[in-house]
Ligand binder design. Structure first.
Ligand code: ADP
Ligand code: MG
Length: 685
């Protein structure tokens, strides 16, 4: 198909321009057409001088040359002042440098079509940055229309991209199959594909642009939903769900083994979950609970319930350290009730691994904690009834499904998260699910004091850290990067470690921890820190997720402005886990008022849900909830958070379409007609 050809097939595009396009991820002609304009300039109307507004916007107008004078500015720059007029008034064009050459042909009476920025000026309106075209005798002043503005790279100009897109559109004119089922187009009253494609790049009017835009937004969301539903329909085949009995003795014993009483929020969440598990219909629940709200204890009960009924449960977490820690916590809760529990991560190897795999396959191991290692092909379960994922948006759709597919039944699924996920994103990424929310924290904890300082206070902050350590506590220092040079001006963990171990932390045991270290190394550092042997841990955000060291009372975050609020909150949640007063110190080298105001939100709020909302407002959805992290395709025009209504509609129509044989066939054709394979990939995965 023509759209699969490289852009070099287009007239005027050689290897150099192709390389610039490649930087924009545009390789084929289809990619070029898929990349919609980021803005439009309205050159659809030729104005009179009187109609020009003077706020500095670019505008198009027709006038005749009145007078041309060479001038020298106050800063000794030569420029040419071209006075033009029409029947409504005068304007003055300021032409500098190379622009001055063209003024040689501006004889009085010559007709000009001018596109320039208009400001008030002295006397007449002042026009700068003008693009001027001389109109020949009798030539009509045709307005170019609404022009697209594209993302650029290298030496590419708007004109280059516009011409390339025009050439590509001419190819589309010859042959362009529909990319949505006809029935859907009719039902939604969408414009046909060719018409929409032309109007999204070179709109005939703003109304047409809107129609085109809504078609493509719908198309993306519809195909995304079709892909996800299709995917799920295959995953869930004809397996039946499992119905578990009401809570018995084992659950009682697990509750008794916990060194605390469940909070009300935990009880409510557990009530929802155990109720779901007692239903034959498979549970599909999202447990949202702020950092430190006690989700682990709730998951322990769910895992125990699977075990109590003679089944197996597994919990998958994103990091090795977290797996280790959950393993220890769960042992403490579950072993007194006689439940066997194992650990599987990539550092469990050889004989040990074989033993774990065998025990899982035989069913003698009732609960397993692990990382991605759990989804490997040779991991088999005997009777898996419950799949828990404890995550920070780190597992893809596929990974979760792979785990659930390891059961002969359709297992209950519990997804735990500390960051609230917008409803539409949850719907897309997890499918239909019920939500339990745990607000607040277990009692008896002191609020964490959060302080924000600029870099000149760094030495005092470090001195404070030494005092905390001398008083028997432990501290974290978190850096945004591992090595120097990853981000200019940002303090690297390695440097901070080297510096502090020679100065403030001289004679105090401290260690470095980051994601590039081997799992075994990370683990031994973390173990030593948890055991209190290491007093200060200088690390990156690898410690962000879930680790629990109650004796740590100080969290220092370097270059705090580099982190999102929700992430800072997550990091802060690593302290304040014991009896003593804890502190979180945000250090920043920025004194920009916006930065300080943003960081100050952490000082005033301790509500993860509120902070995530603020983050959304400040940083936009794209940054926080990339679909790609979930293994889903990028969207070029639709926005999961903004286009909520369309998403819900697209999902409903996708459901109907997939239930209809003929329509399913048309969807397959639609996928083949797409300019790229991003949606096809979900269908085939
Ligand atoms: P998160 O929801 O962030 O995963 P955790 O499960 O790690 O939170 O729990 C945080 C801390 O709170 C742990 O030290 C845990 O032992 C403690 N905790 C959990 N539930 C309670 C409770 N009901 N009462 C007192 N402490 C609790
Ligand atoms: Mg947790």
């Amino acid at each position: 198909m023509w759209w699969q050809d490289p852009v070099t097939k287009l007239k005027g595009i050689g290897p150099k321009k192709a390389a610039d396009f490649a930087n924009l991820n545009i390789v084929t002609i289809g990619d070029l057409l898929n990349r919609y304009p980021r803005a439009y300039v309205d050159q659809s109307k030729v104005k009179t001088i009187a109609e020009l507004t003077t706020g500095g916007e670019k505008q198009l107008f027709l006038a005749e040359v009145y007078r041309v004078t060479d001038k020298i500015s106050a800063r000794r720059m030569r420029y040419t002042l071209v006075t033009v007029k029409d029947s409504t008034g005068f304007a003055e064009l300021y032409m500098f440098a190379h622009q001055r050459f063209q003024t040689r042909n501006y004889k009085p009476g010559v007709q000009l079509l001018i596109d320039g920025k208009v400001q008030p000026g002295r006397g007449a309106k002042m026009v700068t940055d003008a693009y001027v075209q001389i109109l020949k005798d009798g030539e009509e002043a045709a307005a170019p229309g609404i022009l697209p503005v594209y993302a650029l790279s290298g030496a590419l100009t708007q004109q280059n991209v516009r011409t390339a897109v025009k050439t590509a559109l001419a190819m589309a004119e010859d042959y362009l199959p529909e990319s949505l089922p006809q029935e859907v187009i009719t039902a939604k009253k969408l414009p046909p594909r060719l018409e929409a494609l032309k109007n999204i790049h070179f709109p005939a009017s703003f109304a047409e642009l809107n129609r085109a835009r809504s078609r493509f937004v719908f198309e993306e969301l519809f195909l995304l939903q079709c892909g996800l539903l299709y995917y799920r329909s295959r995953v869930q085949t004809s397996r039946s769900g499992i119905k578990l009995a009401p809570d018995g003795d084992v659950i009682k014993r697990v509750l008794a083994a916990m060194p605390f009483k469940l909070t009300e929020a935990q009880q409510q969440a557990w009530h929802d979950i155990s109720f779901d598990m007692q239903d034959k219909k498979p549970m599909h629940r999202l447990l949202q609970g702020d950092v430190g709200s006690g989700k682990t204890a709730v998951s322990a009960l769910a895992l125990a319930k699977a075990a109590e009924n003679g089944y197996q449960g597994c919990i998958m977490v994103p990091t090795e350290i977290l797996a280790q820690q959950h393993y220890e916590t769960l042992q403490q809760f579950l072993q007194p009730a006689g439940i066997s529990i194992g650990l599987l991560t990539s550092s469990v190897k050889g004989t040990k691994r074989r033993e774990v795999l065998q025990a899982l396959a035989e069913g003698s191991l009732q609960v397993i904690v692990g990382t991605h290692a759990l989804i490997q092909d040779d991991v088999e379960f005997d009777k898996l009834a419950l799949v828990v994922t404890d995550e920070q948006h780190r597992f893809g759709v596929e990974q979760r499904a792979k785990l659930a597919n390891k059961s002969a039944f359709e297992p209950d699924v519990l997804v735990m998260t500390a960051t609230p996920i917008p409803r539409t994103l949850a719907l897309t990424v997890y499918g239909d699910l019920d939500v339990s929310v745990m607000k607040g924290r277990p009692p008896g904890r002191k609020a964490i004091k959060t302080l924000c300082y600029t870099g000149d206070k760094r030495r005092e902050v470090y001195a404070g850290m030494v005092r905390q350590i001398k008083a028997g506590h432990q501290a974290y220092i978190v850096c945004a990067v591992i090595e120097q040079g990853e981000m200019p001006g940002v303090r690297a963990a390695e440097d901070v470690y080297n510096e502090l171990s020679k100065t403030f932390l001289n004679g105090i045991s401290c260690a470095l921890l980051h994601g590039k270290m081997k799992p075994a190394e990370k683990e031994s550092v973390m173990e030593a820190f948890a055991a209190g042997e290491i007093k200060a841990l200088i690390s990156t955000t690898v410690i962000e997720v879930g680790v629990n060291v109650p004796n740590a009372t100080l969290m220092i975050i370097e270059n705090a402005d580099r982190f999102g609020l929700a992430q800072l909150h997550q990091l802060r949640g690593r302290v304040g886990r014991g009896e003593a007063q804890s502190f979180c110190v945000l250090l920043t080298d920025s004194d920009a008022p916006e930065t300080l105001a943003r960081l100050n939100v952490l000082h005033t709020s301790d509500d993860g849900f509120y902070l995530a909302e603020q983050d959304l407002k400040l940083r936009g959805a794209g940054q926080l909830f990339g679909l790609r992290q979930h293994g889903l395709p990028d969207l070029y025009i639709a926005d999961i958070l903004q286009d909520t209504d369309v998403l819900v509609e697209a999902r409903a129509l996708a459901k109907q379409a997939l239930a209809n044989k003929k329509l399913t066939g048309e969807i397959e054709e639609a996928l083949n007609a797409q300019f790229d394979e991003r949606f096809k990939r979900i269908f085939n995965s």
